[in-house]
Design a protein around this ligand. Sequence first.
Ligand code: SF4
Ligand SMILES: [Zn+2]
Ligand SMILES: [Zn+2]
Length: 309
Amino acid sequence: MKCKRCRRSEAAVDLPSHNSAFCPECFFVFFRRQVEEGIRKFRMLSPSDRVLVCVSGGKDSLVLWDILSELGFRTEGLHIDLGIDGYSARSREKSLAYAVSRGKELIVVDLRAEGVPIPAAAKRSSKEECAVCGTVKRYFFNRIAAERGFTAVATGHNLDDEAARLLGNLLHWDSDHLSRQHPLLPESADGLVRKVKPLWRVSEMETAAYGFLKGIDYVTEECPMSEDATSLVYKKALSHIEDEMPGTRRRFYQGFLHQNRDVPKNSVALDQGEETPPVKCISCGAPTYTEICSFCRLKEKVTKTRGRS
Ligand code: SF4
Ligand SMILES: [Zn+2]
Ligand SMILES: [Zn+2]
């Protein structure tokens, strides 16, 4: 099949959801335009921004870093080593290798050194690994960005991630999460740095194709903790619908954003369940709605339990 854009080269990427197929060069143009449009639509980033890109070592985050650099944004990477045996070492290695190959700065936070490796922290706090991981990652994304003068934090969530999250929120009629689900959360007066998801218009398959064609070497294994993640069930359901009716996933998520035109407020309240004015954590100074922030409470619990065992 010929590329539907240049009509000369052989098509390498088939995109039924866009009723199109592109050769590598035209696919890069398509992908770049999708990301540019995603950024432009919500005025997520401007050329003066310093962007902290959260890099797990997987395809989405490395592709995000690659495309933001190509679009000319000033970026540095942040990798959080979760302290998961084997998987974390391999993820860190891929993140570092990418940074070195592109001459980019990568900041690494090691959760073992911070006293909160995810498996042990989950066990000692009697919480799900992914819940603990979410709290810890949100904390460090904001802390590192605020401490080092970044104006935006970017994560590699793609269309499949956001659509799956939307389906989950709708199935549970979770109005709180629904009202805050957006590719842009602006900076807040209480010390939260702007959060953006520039890949919200591109699918997982498109991101994977971009990574492959660009020769980006990423971790292909999934996090071992993701096996029970409910998001995978929603992704599977949406993939089934998408196979039968290409383009449904995109219409589902874009339709939601169209209905909810207001960009939500960025707030730590979601993490802590309250809507009172924020204060500074007495232990670390992070914005919080309780005396001690959720990260410091977790750390305290983990350290105390370790002391007893
Ligand atoms: S699957 Fe869970 S533990 Fe693993 S990186 Fe994702 S949120 Fe963290
Ligand atoms: Zn072409
Ligand atoms: Zn704190």
